[in-house]
Ligand binder design. Structure first.
Ligand SMILES: Nc1ncnc2c1ncn2[C@@H]1O[C@H](COP(=O)(O)OP(=O)(O)OP(=O)(O)O)[C@@H](O)[C@H]1O
Ligand SMILES: [Mg+2]
Length: 351
C-alpha cells in the first residue's frame, strides 16, 4: 500500500494520489463497517456514564441485531434513559465504545444521527403546531425534498392513524395521540434504528396494545427497534431479546423464553381426593424440587420444564388409585424474572 503511494508521489502524479486516497478512505469506511458483526446494528462495549458523583451507567456491554426488537427492562433510575441518550448522541460519550449502524459514535456522531430516529421519554412537541406542521417542520430540518416529504407525512400519519387530526394543534391531542405523533415523526427519516424511550408510559391499556401493534408494524417494515420500558408485559410481548438493567448494570440478557425458562421454577398445583397419598406416589420423580401442602392442594416445584413432568405426575397419582380434582401448571412470568434479578423494593439510584 505505502509503496504504491510513494511511487505515485515521486512521479508527481497528484491526480492519481488524490483518487487513491479517496479509494482508501472509502475502503476504510467499509472496513470500519465490517469490524462489526454483520448482523449487529448496535454494539456497546464497557459504556460508563456519570453525572458528578452519580454513576448512572456502569460498564454496560450489549449488542442489538439487525431487524430485532431489543428492550432494556429496568426499574426507575436504572440507567435506561442515560444509555439511550448517549447512544443517540444527546449526551457526550464519557467512557466505552459504541457503534451504531456501522459508525463509531465518538468519531462519526453525525452519521449516527442520520441513521437513527428517536422518541424521547418526555414529550417533545411544540404545542402550537398542528400535527401536519410538526411533521413538515421535522422533514425540513432533515432537508427531505418537498414532494418526498409530503408523501412521507401522509404515509406516516396513515400508519399511526392520525390523518383525521392533521390540522389539530398538538396541545389538543390526547396523550396516546401525542405519543403516536412522536413515533411518526421519529420514523419520517426512515431510520435504520428507532430508539423508543418508554414508548407507552402513562397510556391506557387499549392504547398500549395499539402502540405495540405500531411498533411491530414498523419493525416488520425493516426498522430495528431499541426500546426501554419498566413494564414486564411490554418487554415480554414485544421483544426478541431483553436486557434487564439495574443500578446501571446489565444483570441478564436473553429472549423472553430463555429468561423465564432459566428461572427453573415451574410450579404444578395438584388437587386430589387424598393429597397425603398423592405426595407419596410422586416421591420418585427426580425433577421435583419441593412439595408443599396447602388447603387447596399440593404445590410442586419442578426443576426443569414442568410441562414434561405433569403427565408423569398425573399417571403416577392415577396409578395409585387416587382421583385428581384439578392440575395446573404455572410457568414463571416476566414479573418473576424481574423480581428474581432486581429484588422487590421500589428504588431510585443515587436517591
Ligand atoms: N441530568 C442528570 N443529572 C444528574 N443525574 C441524573 C441526570 N439524568 C439522570 N440522572 C441520574 O442517573 C440515574 C439514572 O437515570 P436514568 O434517567 O438513566 O434512569 P432510567 O432507567 O431512565 O429511569 P426511569 O425509569 O425513571 O426513566 C438516576 O440516579 C438519575 O437520578
Ligand atoms: Mg428513563
Amino acid at each position: 500500500m505505502s509503496n504504491f503511494a510513494i511511487i505515485r508521489i515521486r512521479r508527481g502524479e497528484k491526480k492519481i494520489w488524490t483518487f487513491y486516497m479517496k479509494v482508501l478512505l472509502r475502503a476504510g469506511r467499509r472496513t470500519g463497517r465490517h469490524l462489526m458483526r454483520e448482523d449487529n446494528i448496535i454494539e456497546v462495549r464497557d459504556l460508563e456514564h456519570s453525572f458528578g458523583e452519580i454513576q448512572a451507567v456502569r460498564s454496560v456491554s450489549f449488542s442489538v441485531r439487525k431487524g430485532e426488537i431489543f428492550s432494556f427492562l429496568g426499574p426507575n433510575g436504572a440507567g435506561k434513559s442515560t444509555t439511550i441518550n448517549v447512544l443517540t448522541t444527546l449526551l457526550p460519550i464519557q467512557k466505552g465504545t459504541v457503534r451504531v449502524a456501522g459508525y463509531d459514535l465518538a468519531r462519526e456522531p453525525e452519521r449516527v444521527r442520520e441513521s437513527i430516529g428517536i422518541v424521547f421519554q418526555d414529550e417533545v412537541l411544540d404545542r402550537d403546531l398542528t400535527v401536519w406542521e410538526t411533521m413538515e417542520f421535522h422533514g425540513r430540518l432533515y432537508s427531505i425534498p418537498r414532494d418526498e416529504r409530503r408523501q412521507r407525512i401522509d404515509d406516516m400519519l396513515a400508519v399511526v392513524e392520525l390523518e383525521a387530526k392533521r390540522d389539530v394543534r398538538t396541545k389538543h391531542l390526547s396523550g396516546g395521540m401525542k405519543r403516536r405523533l412522536e413515533i411518526a415523526r421519529g420514523l419520517m427519516t426512515r431510520p435504520e434504528v428507532l430508539f423508543l424511550d418508554e414508548p407507552t408510559q402513562g397510556l391506557d391499556p387499549q392504547t398500549r396494545l395499539r402502540m405495540w401493534d405500531y411498533i411491530r408494524q414498523v419493525n416488520a417494515a425493516g426498522t430495528t427497534i431499541f426500546l426501554t420500558t419498566h413494564y414486564m408485559d411490554e418487554a415480554d410481548m414485544l421483544s426478541d431479546r431483553i436486557s434487564i438493567i439495574d443500578h446501571g448494570r446489565i444483570v441478564v440478557t436473553g429472549t423472553p423464553e430463555e429468561l423465564k425458562d432459566a428461572l427453573g421454577e415451574d410450579v404444578i398445583y395438584l388437587e386430589t381426593v387424598d393429597d397425603a397419598r398423592a405426595e407419596e406416589a410422586i416421591q420418585g420423580i427426580d425433577e421435583i424440587r419441593s412439595i408443599t401442602e396447602s388447603p387447596r392442594g399440593l404445590s410442586i416445584t419442578i426443576s426443569t420444564d414442568g410441562s414434561h413432568c405433569l403427565p408423569r405426575i398425573v399417571e403416577l397419582v392415577r396409578g395409585a388409585g387416587i382421583d385428581i380434582v384439578s392440575a395446573n401448571l404455572k410457568k414463571p412470568t416476566m414479573d418473576d424474572v424481574f423480581v428474581h434479578y432486581t429484588g422487590r423494593e421500589l428504588r431510585d439510584m443515587g436517591g
